[in-house]
Design a protein around this ligand. Sequence first.
Ligand code: SF4
Ligand code: SF4
Length: 436
Amino acid sequence: MLSEKLKELGVVGAGGAGFPTYVKAKSQVEFVLANGAECEPLIHKDVELMQSFPAQVVAGMHLMMKATGAQKGKFGIKEKNAAAAEAIRGQVQSNPIELVLLGDFYPSGDEYELVYSATGRLIPPGGIPLQVGSVVNNVETLYNVEAASEGLPVTEKFLSVVGAVREPKSFWAPVGTSFGELIEAAGGATVAEFAVFVSGILMGTLAPGLDEVVTKTTAGLIVLPRDHYLLTRKGRAEQDMNRIGKSACDQCSYCTEFCPRYLLGYEVMPHKVMRSLGFTLTGADNWNQWAQLCCSCGLCTLYACPEDLFPREACDQAKDDLRAAGIKFTQKKPPVVHPMKDARRVPLSMLRKRLKVEEYESEAPFRETRIEPAQVRIKLSQHAGKPARPVVARGDKVEKGACIGRVDAAELGANIHASIAGTVEAVTDSCIEIKR
Ligand code: SF4
Ligand code: SF4
């Protein structure tokens, strides 16, 4: 069965939290949706993958449709990416698969947005696509599904290295390769002092250092000069964000009026979350419920707020604190799409301008770049669910593709595999190191 192969060979969502794909393959749905929207600024790896490997991606779609009993497969691709759309279209003639052409807006690849665009259905508040007869897979996940059907485990990641590098491009890299080696493969940084956003400016994280490694979910690296505006914003301490928000938020509510989830009809209101800061002594003692359906897209903080405040971060804190306190908010009313939704969509061109990254926008063409790290560090947890349990010990010799970490059959999680052939150098609580 496909789901068993996917579990054994470690296939997880390649575009987000790394949800194990075998769970999706076991469900029964009407629609399999392929997410090729790729709306994080500067990253272009999904477009390159669809252009260079359309047959594999479409084969993965067919496999998922067969496994789930889906009658329809739909690819969400931005209309502006005509070459990628053509490449996919060239593989799907006379098949029950169609393309859904999306505008160049952020965040058109958000799961709730994509399901609505492709099916006209709204996922119940706090729910998942399965509840409206859909599963969503990133296009690279579909590539990996096809590879798994041929018996190949996930050992490489397709990603873009962009921003302040000499040769922005997309390529395959062994899981566990250091970021430093990837930046070198892209010709090196163009500035002496830089920092690296991992998998996106809006929803990604800042790399703690160049020793950090590629996982099955790394979409790309965005290199920016250390003194860039975004790093000043990201670098603020949480208590400073709260203190500034408490004193400076004028409740204009732009953050809410631009919030994509609010515009889809979900009860998310970041301006009311910001009010929590003003109404409590410490600024964050009593969060209210208006953050719980937020998807952390970052638009309120990095685009909407005219005061450069931090409503997304306030929402993130609120969600964490309420979760820890066991408080769950359930929206009672069914979502109703806001009449101004279309008029308030945020074009990528405007977003890049607001983020001050226009100068770094460029193509990131796929190149057959050989990345041969002398050593890899493969994380035990690079997916949703339980971390893998090591099944190798220091000194063991492993071949590329050998299973080195497993999850039990009854557990949610994903096996991990050696991405290079070599000797196991170390096994720790968090990773397995292999040296050639
Ligand atoms: S947009 Fe900024 S200033 Fe306006 S309500 Fe939201 S956080 Fe406050
Ligand atoms: S991060 Fe802000 S804009 Fe995005 S969903 Fe959450 S509250 Fe809405």
